[in-house]
Design a protein around this ligand. Structure first.
Ligand code: BTN
Length: 256
């Protein structure tokens, strides 16, 4: 059962759940959300800003017993789908997904997801922390990201929508959708159940992407995500399959 806890301020909701797990003070589907984070973290070592009362910063802990640990990174797109469903159902805004798990509206990022796997030792079970940050009420972004970032309120205003965003409602909807898909994933071990929804929103599809593979970066046309969560890219040498993890993709000359 999902349990929710809210704190006004914390360094990072991901870090707090990991600390609690290391002391065996956490249970499956425990959610921690914060009004602001003083040390919010993004992918690839970036920081993640969570201005007080303006965004959703929420994490859930999972103790996946039945799934092979290498497969657990397949849950990344499940979180992206849960956010997309939430934004579309609650606010009617059309969402795009940038592989593997950035959520965009009108080609600008509205949400980021950071999944962390702790393999477990010394009596601590292996666990995954899924961390989600959504820009909700933010009206202005720092100049370095103002071209690529947006918030739900900005997009609702652009769409002349009278809808009012509420962080608590967003959090509840995201995790309910997430757990629904995650439980199917635990049975099947693959992403077939969400694949169509995901690929319909995949903004990279048909576009040229640069793949920042640490061994050999390359470019090609993004095709689709498969049931393992990998992105298929057509290059001059043929089709390549890109696993997530620390690999990221970018458009040529831009964010997408
Ligand atoms: C990204 O780089 O796009 C991922 C951003 C993830 C931010 C969320 S906010 C809640 C959780 N706690 C963190 O410190 N990071 C994640």
């Amino acid at each position: 059962m999902i349990s929710y806890e809210y704190v006004d301020e914390i360094d990072s909701t991901n870090d707090e759940l990991k600390r609690r797990a290391s002391e065996n003070k956490c249970h499956e589907y425990q959610v921690l959300s914060a009004g602001t984070q003083t040390g919010g973290r993004g992918r690839s070592g970036h920081t993640w800003a969570s201005p007080a009362g303006s965004s959703v910063s929420t994490s859930m802990i999972l103790f996946p017993e039945s799934v092979n640990i290498e497969r657990i990174f397949r849950i990344t797109p499940i979180a992206a789908v849960a956010v997309a469903e939430t934004v579309e159902k609650l606010y009617g805004l059309p969402v795009q997904i940038k592989w593997p798990n950035d959520i965009l509206i009108g080609e600008k990022k509205v949400c980021g997801i950071l999944n962390e796997l702790i393999t477990g030792d010394a009596g601590v079970a292996a666990h995954v922390v899924v961390g989600i940050g959504v820009n909700v009420h933010i009206r202005e972004f720092p100049p370095e990201i103002s071209d690529i970032a947006t918030s739900l309120d900005i997009e609702l205003e652009k769409a002349n929508s009278p809808m009012i965003t509420r962080c608590g409602k967003i959090v509840g909807s995201i995790w309910e959708h997430f757990v629904g898909h995650y439980e199917i994933f635990l049975q099947t071990g693959d992403l077939n159940e969400i694949l169509e929804f995901y690929n319909e929103r995949l903004i990279n599809k048909g576009r040229t992407v640069k793949v920042f593979d640490p061994i050999e970066p390359f470019s090609g046309e993004a095709l689709f995500m498969d049931e393992t969560g990998a992105l298929h890219v057509m290059t001059d040498e043929g089709e390549k399959i890109v696993d997530s993890g620390e690999v990221s993709v970018r458009g040529i000359g831009g964010y997408v």
